[in-house]
Structures are given as C-alpha cells and as structure tokens.
Design a protein around this ligand. Structure first.
Ligand SMILES: N[C@@H](CCC(=O)N[C@@H](CS)C(=O)NCC(=O)O)C(=O)O
Length: 209
C-alpha cells in the first residue's frame, strides 16, 4: 500500500499516472500548495524539501520525495515501465533526467513568468519561452518515427507527458510539433493517464492537444 502526497500539478500527476498504470493500491492525500500545506511539520517529516509529490511505502516504511526518484523506486519495486537490461534502463533514465533537469524546471519558470506574471519581466519571458521551444524541438525530433520516448512505454513518457499537458501555459501550440502531438494524444487515450491526471481532484478538462 502506497500513500501519495500530491496536488494537481505536473510533478504530482507524474506519480499518480504511474500508480494508475501499475494498478497498485494507493491512497492520495491532497497537499494544497496554494494554501501552503507543503510547509506543515507533518509534511516536512516526509518531504524535507517541502514540495509535492512524496510517497510513503507502508510495506517498507520508506518515505521518498522527488518525483524522479519516486518513479524509479516504484518502477523498480513492481518491475514495470523500466527495462532491466543496462542499456535500455540507461536510455529511460536519460530521458527521465532530461525531464527532471530540463523540461520541468524550464517549463515551470515559463509558467511563472508567461502564465502567472506576464509583462513583469520581459527578459525572463523571452528566455524561458525560447528555452521551452528548444526543448519541444528536441522532444519532437526524438519522437519522430517512434511511438514512445524509448523502445517501450516507460516512466520517461509518464514523466514528460504532464508537462506537455500544460503546453498552453508555455505558449506552445502542439500543431508546430506534430510528433509530440501524436505522442501526446496516444498517451491521452490511456485510461490510466486520464485517471492519474485527475488525482487528487478534478481541476478541469484535460487539454486535448
Ligand atoms: N524536483 C521536484 C520538484 C517538485 C516541485 O516543484 N513541486 C511543486 C509543485 S509541482 C511544489 O510542491 N511547490 C510548492 C512550493 O514550492 O512551495 C520533483 O520533481 O518532485
């Protein structure tokens, strides 16, 4: 049994989508970051960096923060969505790290400056708009001629997809990135992706791409 501490953001949805895909039993605990619930001592005891998502594995009492580490742990534990051969595994890790160190932080800044605070910092708007477009170009090239980021559907897809679902906040039209769009819609058709998106609560329709 897994306890998931989460909110309706891309980093939170990465883990709920994986848990839905794995079909394991879990309880989602909403941590409303708009109300600073991530700063309570109870939550800090689980997630010392005061950010969602976090999990506690009740079978082992392991508490984990950082969505990439959580996905790796769960994929390893249930032996799914992460290849066991070293090259296949490294390739999935490569794209998981690309999301954790590139797309996530850069798109997060794009949300901050372009979506929530437009007009306040033209330099920052230009910087993050340009960098996010570069990352979509990289992703589009990777996905051209492939159904998934790596050879098979993996945690790399599940980590990247929720960030792409916020493309409108990043001032990105998926029409400009046809391979990303086809992949986005391929994942959107999955029941587990739809269910995981709406954890811990429904916050509007899923963008259709
Ligand atoms: N690198 C972390 C980032 C987590 C993160 O930025 N979480 C955001 C929501 S998506 C958060 O909890 N923000 C609350 C805050 O910064 O106080 C991960 O991937 O888990």
């Amino acid at each position: 049994m897994i306890d998931l501490y989460t909110w309706t953001t891309p980093n939170g949805r990465k883990v709920s989508i994986l848990l839905e895909e794995l079909g394991v039993e879990y309880t989602a605990h909403p941590i409303n970051i708009g109300k600073d619930e991530q700063k309570t001592p109870e939550f800090l005891a689980i997630s010392p960096n005061n950010k969602i998502p976090a999990i506690v594995d009740r079978e082992t009492d392991v508490a984990l923060m950082e969505s990439g580490a959580i996905m790796w742990y769960l994929a390893d534990k249930y032996n799914k969505f992460l290849p066991t051969d070293s090259t296949g595994r490294a390739r999935v890790m490569e794209w998981l790290m690309w999301q954790m160190g590139g797309l996530g932080p850069m798109a997060g800044q794009a949300h901050h400056f372009l979506h929530f605070n437009p007009g306040k910092a033209p330099y920052a708007e230009d910087r993050y708009r340009t960098e996010v477009r570069r990352l979509y170009d990289v992703l589009n090239k990777r996905l051209t001629g492939r159904d998934y980021i790596c050879d098979e559907y993996s945690i790399a897809d599940m980590a990247i997809w929720p960030w792409v679902s916020r493309h409108e906040w990043q001032q990105i039209s998926l029409e400009e990135y046809p391979s990303v769009r086809a992949w986005y819609q391929r994942l959107l058709a999955r029941e587990a992706v739809q269910k995981g998106y709406h954890v811990p609560k429904v916050m509007g329709e899923i963008p259709q791409g």
